[in-house]
Design a protein around this ligand. Sequence first.
Ligand code: CP
Length: 325
Amino acid sequence: MSPAALPDAPTFTDRRDAPFHGKDILSVRQFSRQDQEYVLRVAHEMRNLVARIGSFDLCRGKILANLFYEPSTRTSSSFAAAMERLGGSVISINEVRYSSVAKGESLPDTVRTLESYADVLVLRHPEVGAAAQAAHYCKKPVINAGDGVGEHPSQALIDLFTIREELERIDGLTVTLLGDLRYGRTVHSLARLLCSYKVTLRLVSPESLPMPPEICEELRAAGLSFTQHTELDEVLAATDVLYVTRVQKERFADVEAYEAVRGAYVITPETLRAAKPEMIVMHPFPRVGEISMDVDDDPRAAYFRQIEYGLYVRMALVAMVLGRA
Ligand code: CP
């Protein structure tokens, strides 16, 4: 068939003026409150579209490269599912030891290779700043899927979306972040996002794993009301959102230090007796014992719904950076 005889493919024009078109997503600090509300609106629309029609061709012909130097279940598979639902395709390098990285290839060379094939790159890496470094070398948008103990911006937007979908508001809530606040990148990103809202933040952690001082400084500078605790009992009854995190074993140099704090907090049905009936329990997952499985059937357990919301937020982010939102 000659090119002239080829049938026209259905097209969606790129919106050059669309927010975040062609941009990297490296940190939640890039998102003003207006930007956050835009993401939540687009994600809500994605939720409705998936419920109505499942998949659609918003990003048909586009390719996403998933490049993961650290293990992942949710982030890698939800970005892949998001691109498939948007009608695009995915290149997955989820095991870098089977790629040329194992032969010593540098991050810049890997990124510059993948940008030749893909329209957007999703990167998880153990080092803080790796996503920014990749973005420096990559002409295509880079989405930070977690850089060491740094940030996990798409997860924080999912967390915000979960709160909004579940409780229909964010302003006025008391949010308690529980567990490993020192190494947990999801709580670093979420705390920063919450600076845009009128929330009360309770930070509950073992003494050795507090929220880093630079993030506390950002909270203070934003005028956010927060207190720090080691006991959940002190704050649970007034909590609207209980965000539980895993102690990050892989970030400890010393196994004994990890063993000393692992299991510091375990949420059980007994714990929830002291909580509000309309409180929600969130967790970015994976969980390794911080929330008993006996809690899963409690309607307040929002963590599996939170995982589903991840699909809609990542669909929104991919469509946004590709100019299709
Ligand atoms: N929440 C999260 O980042 O999960 P994964 O490590 O499975 O991607």
